[in-house]
Design a protein around this ligand. Structure first.
Ligand SMILES: [Zn+2]
Length: 302
């Protein structure tokens, strides 16, 4: 049995994982105060949640093979070099966790963790050349070529969310302007929808999906269409570069499977591009098998 940790933009989640099975998990949201000392808050939450989940399930630490952690941003060794959404820079997380746990530990970008789970056990299992796009608080992702995950060696490579899709566009936490994730993340959609409807407070992605996206409301219709256009624009760039057989969507966007927004609006925009694929069909579209759990499951894969 392994422990998987998923450091998200809104919370830290920990789970007990056996291969593709997330046996049990728990999570803690960041408070406003946590965000003022985010490094300590992340360490505290991981340590507390791991200890609690073991205790609650009557499992001792000697049953645990390893602890794998997924984090947003650029990762190098045991450090989070930069995670703009969380305001982290040069934070050696594994050194801090070694003070608490004597286990093999590894750290990897969260989008790549989720992609590895889908490749090993989920929607991408039978494909060699695949793209995974995690659309949630930000936009992360990964590419597989010939069955192998492409991993950056020098810079923050394969950070699809920071590909510029609009010249002089909206400022991004990475320092550039017009990044893909400023237009195509669920967070960007939520900000626009809540401000159009004059809503305040914390609204869940699920509540928005089920109650707020009324396509008969012209303002919402426009916002949703622009959001979907941005995703299609971004994946078109990625298709030209990586030539995948299949594209898998993870993160909160994967819960749009079966909705009118995905099945009708999104797919018609995507398949309208058919003409450009001289040799047949465009890459297949699938949703992540493990939805938002892909990060925790994939964090445990070495
Ligand atoms: Zn950016």
């Amino acid at each position: 049995m392994k422990i998987g940790v998923d450091i998200g933009g809104q919370h830290v989640a920990v789970g007990l994982v056996e291969n593709d099975n997330l046996i049990v998990d728990k999570s803690e949201l960041y408070s406003a105060e946590d965000r003022e000392h985010i490094e300590d808050a992340i360490v505290e939450k991981i340590v507390r949640e791991i200890n609690e989940i073991l205790e609650e399930n009557n499992i001792t630490m000697d049953k645990i093979e390893s602890i794998g952690i997924g984090s947003p941003g650029t990762i190098s060794g045991g450090s989070i070099v930069k995670a703009g959404n969380l305001g982290l820079k040069d934070f050696n997380l594994l050194d801090r966790l070694k003070e608490h746990f004597d286990k093999p530990m590894h750290l990897r970008n969260d989008g790549k963790c989720a992609a590895l789970a889908e490749k090993a056990y989920g929607s991408l299992k039978d494909y060699d050349d695949a793209l995974f796009l995690n659309i949630g608080t930000g936009v992360g992702g990964a590419a597989f070529l010939g069955g192998k995950l492409l991993e950056p060696k020098r810079y923050s490579g394969f950070e699809f969310g920071h590909m510029v899709i609009e010249k002089d566009g909206i400022e991004c936490t990475c320092g550039k302007k017009g990044c893909f994730e400023r237009y195509a993340s669920i967070k960007s959609l939520k900000n626009k929808v809540t401000s159009a409807l004059n809503l305040e407070g914390d609204i869940s992605g699920r509540y928005m999906r089920e109650n707020l996206l009324d396509m008969n409301n012209p303002e919402i219709n426009k916002i949703v269409n622009e959001f979907l256009d941005s995703i299609v624009l971004g994946i078109n760039n990625l298709i030209d570069i990586f030539e995948p057989e299949i594209i898998c969507f993870g993160g909160s966007f994967s819960y749009y499977e079966g909705t009118e927004i995905f099945e009708n609006y999104f797919k018609s925009k995507y398949y309208a591009l058919n003409g450009r694929f001289n040799e047949g069909e465009p890459p297949k579209l699938v949703m992540a098998t493990f939805k938002n759990n892909a990060g925790i499951i994939g964090a445990t894969i070495d």
